[in-house]
Design a protein around this ligand. Structure first.
Ligand code: NDP
Ligand SMILES: O=C1O[C@H](COP(=O)(O)O)[C@@H](O)[C@H](O)[C@H]1O
Length: 489
């Protein structure tokens, strides 16, 4: 692999260590890396947060978090050695002078540091400035920035500019945890290690593509944060566009960070703009109302804890996206994502074109087209719908549609699915940027998303309602039905 800084980082500094992401994902992932023997004996984890807390109390809190957020039984010895790595430092991230205190906690050795900004993006600049003011940034240190970076193109530029004042682009790791999912990584293998797909991956063979990222959860106590963002900024601008770009990009010349990022960027830049003129035809935004999930009543968005009345923030988005290039001209990519849908289900369905001529019309009048389903989560796997002869003597040529199903849990003997954050943290420790998003990608994605948000704002229309536990507003069915197609459910 190229573009790799081979110096393993030896200090991991988490800003916002008492926050939700840190307790639910980052520290449990670091425990898993320790369990797998992937953290060196020298690695220290410096947890930085606002509260003044004794180290003993902090360690107990993290032990409880590991128990709460890791499904498997914990290994007591590994927990003990993991907790030994922890150091706690309280700090107000906006107080630039206070970083001197952090400097005393960090080692003065030459080892690379990993700074993880698990805080609201608005203070990424303050933290970077504080680190610099106390001479805590060296050329081989790395910084991880959580998404969404900003609220729009302009604010993302401000944040990126602030951080870039102190860190070079090859030190900045913009995380999009979908890029660390096994099944998203597998898109590269599926597309570029199987000539069957490599050679049939374009407008000549593919009719259309559906990408669904459905979540059954609601806002989960994050109403204030979420209401400022909405599903477009929280999911589409980042996760869905990253998945779409991996799915649609040209083959990268090699498997290195910039080669892959160059190709992803071209896809995002080639997305046809959705503007005030066509937004009604190309998008649907929805908001869930009271409903039922698995028979249990759940509140609507406006009845969630902490909700304010009359918010018009969307919790569901459907988009007919089109990529203006030779490969994909005329092939729509229908995107759909929402909260409080019937189940957690993220998948890509690639609909191939129908056979031009049907020689089996006597037994099967309307030959269905092949369909490739890539199950991102849960029940990770790949499934191909294809036609097959029904074995038997009675009739010569009875045929039916069947599935080739590669379920990863069966194929790989129920091997544990590695959490995306485990992989991504390891990649930063190793200094490999391949699975992180470059600044120009983030900005191109904002440009496309901003135009849609602007068009929605100009129409001033309330989002369409859908009952919690349903697949979204009726108009999302109409969006695809207008093209004589339907969502796969
Ligand atoms: N939670 C998740 O699942 C995901 C989160 N993210 C992103 O990760 C980042 C963190 O999110 P999350 O953990 O949910 O947010 P939280 O609000 O739970 O955590 C943020 C932490 O930052 C601390 N903080 C904020 N300002 C300061 C300050 N001036 N000085 C010291 N500490 C401060 C907060 O401290 P205090 O509690 O004292 O206010 C809090 O502990 C955000 O950028 C978010 O968008 C991205 C994907 C998923
Ligand atoms: O980034 C985010 O992702 C989660 C969904 O992640 P997944 O790995 O569970 O699919 C989403 O719930 C959250 O709102 C968003 O900020």
């Amino acid at each position: 692999m190229k573009n790799v800084d081979n110096q393993l980082a030896s200090e991991i500094v988490i800003f916002g260590a008492l926050g939700d992401l840190s307790r639910r994902k980052l520290l449990p992932s670091l425990y898993q890396l320790q369990l797998a023997g992937l953290l060196s004996d020298q690695t220290r984890i410096i947890a930085v947060a606002r509260n003044d807390m004794a180290l003993k109390e902090f360690k107990q809190l993290i032990k409880d978090s590991l128990q709460e957020f890791i499904d498997e039984t914990l290994d007591a010895q590994v927990v003990a050695s993991f907790l030994e790595k922890l150091v706690y430092q309280h700090l107000d991230f906006k107080d630039i002078k206070a970083y001197k205190q952090l400097a005393k906690t960090l080692s003065s050795g030459q080892g690379a540091r990993l700074y993880y900004y698990s805080t609201p993006p608005a203070i990424y600049g303050d933290i970077s400035e504080g680190l610099q003011a106390s001479n805590l940034i060296n050329a081989n240190d790395r910084v991880v920035m959580e998404k969404p970076i900003g609220h729009c193109l302009e604010s993302s530029k401000v944040i990126n500019d602030q951080v870039s004042r102190y860190f070079a682009e090859n030190q900045i790791y913009r995380i999009d945890h979908y890029l660390g999912k096994e099944t998203v990584l597998n898109l590269l293998v599926l597309r570029f290690a199987n000539s069957l797909f490599t050679n049939n991956w374009d407008r000549n063979s593919i009719d259309h593509v559906q990408i669904t990222v459905a979540e059954s959860v609601g806002i989960e106590g994050r109403w204030g944060f979420y209401d400022e963002a909405g599903q477009m900024r929280d999911m589409v601008q980042n996760h869905l566009l990253q998945v779409l770009s991996l799915l649609a990009m040209e083959p990268p010349a090699e498997l290195c960070a910039d080669s892959v990022r160059d190709e992803k960027l071209k896809v995002i830049k080639a997305l046809k703009p959705i503007t005030r003129q066509n937004v009604k035809d190309k998008t649907v935004r929805g908001q869930y109302t009271d409903g039922f999930l698995n028979g249990v009543p759940v509140p609507g968005y406006l009845n969630e804890e902490g909700a304010k009345a009359n918010s018009s923030t969307e919790t569901f988005v459907a988009i007919k996206a089109e990529i203006d290039n030779w490969r994909w001209a005329g092939v729509p990519f229908y995107l759909r994502t929402g909260k409080r849908m019937p189940q957690k289900q993220s998948e890509i369905v690639v609909h191939f074109k129908q056979q031009a001529h049907n020689i089996f019309s006597e037994s099967y009048a309307d030959l269905p087209a092949n369909k490739l389903t890539i199950r991102l989560q849960p029940d990770e796997g790949v499934e191909l719908d294809m036609m097959n002869k029904i074995p038997g003597i009675a009739s010569q040529m009875q045929i039916q549609e069947n599935k080739l199903d590669l379920s990863f849990s069966q194929a790989y003997d129920n091997q544990r699915v590695v959490d995306a954050y485990e992989r991504l943290l390891l990649e930063v420790l190793r200094g490999d940027q391949s699975l992180f998003v470059r600044r120009d990608e983030v900005e191109a994605a904002w440009q496309w998303a901003d135009s849609i948000i602007d068009a929605w704002q100009s129409t001033n229309e309330a989002p369409k309602s859908y009952a919690a536990g349903s697949w979204g507003p009726v108009s999302s069915i109409a969006l695809i039905a207008r093209d004589d197609r339907q969502w796969v459910e």
